[in-house]
Ligand binder design. Structure first.
Ligand code: SAM
Length: 216
């Protein structure tokens, strides 16, 4: 049976906020995701079948914990973050043999999974702030995601509403917009959206799949 994960408490918020102040561009938010956003991210995943799941940008574990609660007992969660402090926090606070915490960048996803003996993932859950990345970096990451996904697998990615190009006063504050859905369509044939109001800030979840020879 899956082990009971820790609950996300205020200490998670403290660690998250500290890292956000250290590097907002990489952390891309000031607060961890809400349970509502995490649930929306996981809705498209077939947990009955998924055995290898990848999480990109695990942070303090807001989505990680929800994943562990839904995963099969024999599944593995490869939780990657570029920030070693977040991964250390996960190691110290989550005790679940299915969790494989990894420090690294999503740009190297294929090689990182290969080192773990994994060829393809059944699902990839990404909380990465694609909006604040350079074109070359996000293109590399999306190519890696697509390469590492099994045919018929799903990529779940979210974007905050204000990053979609929002009102002019947000742009005055230096918050750039980015046409994320359009960008994702270059890599995936089928994208469905889910809007989550109960998160700070509100966000849209993109569930992405690419067509295979069998049309799945
Ligand atoms: C918006 S936070 C999401 C954290 C957590 N999943 C949540 O929902 O609360 C984005 C996370 O992506 C991580 N990150 C940013 N760039 C990354 C990269 N190139 N590779 C892996 N992780 C990255 C950050 O360190 C941060 O933990």
């Amino acid at each position: 049976m899956p082990q009971a994960p820790r609950s996300v408490g205020r200490s998670d918020w403290g660690v998250f906020l500290t890292e956000s102040l250290r590097s907002f561009t990489t952390t891309a938010s000031v607060l961890p995701s809400s349970k509502h956003l995490a649930s929306a991210m996981l809705r498209p995943i077939d947990f009955e079948r998924a055995r290898a799941i990848v999480e990109l940008g695990a942070g303090t574990g807001a989505v990680t914990l929800e994943l562990l609660q839904r995963m099969r007992p024999d599944a593995r969660l490869y939780a990657l973050d570029i920030n070693a402090r977040f991964i250390r926090f996960l190691c110290e606070t989550v005790s679940d043999p299915r969790l494989v915490p990894l420090v690294g960048t999503a740009e190297d996803l294929g090689e990182i999974l290969r080192q773990q003996g994994v060829r393809k993932a059944d699902a990839i859950i990404s909380s990465l702030g694609l909006t604040t990345m350079q074109d070359q970096q996000r293109e590399r990451i999306l190519s890696e995601m697509r390469k590492c996904l099994v045919p018929g697998g799903v990529v779940s990615q979210f974007q905050y509403w204000h990053s979609r190009g929002g009102p002019r006063w947000l742009r005055v504050l230096g918050l750039r917009g980015f046409p994320e859905e359009e960008f994702l369509r270059q890599y995936f044939h089928r994208i469905s959206t889910d809007h989550v109001l109960r998160n700070f800030p509100p966000a849209t979840v993109y569930s992405c799949r690419f067509a295979t020879a069998t049309g799945l």
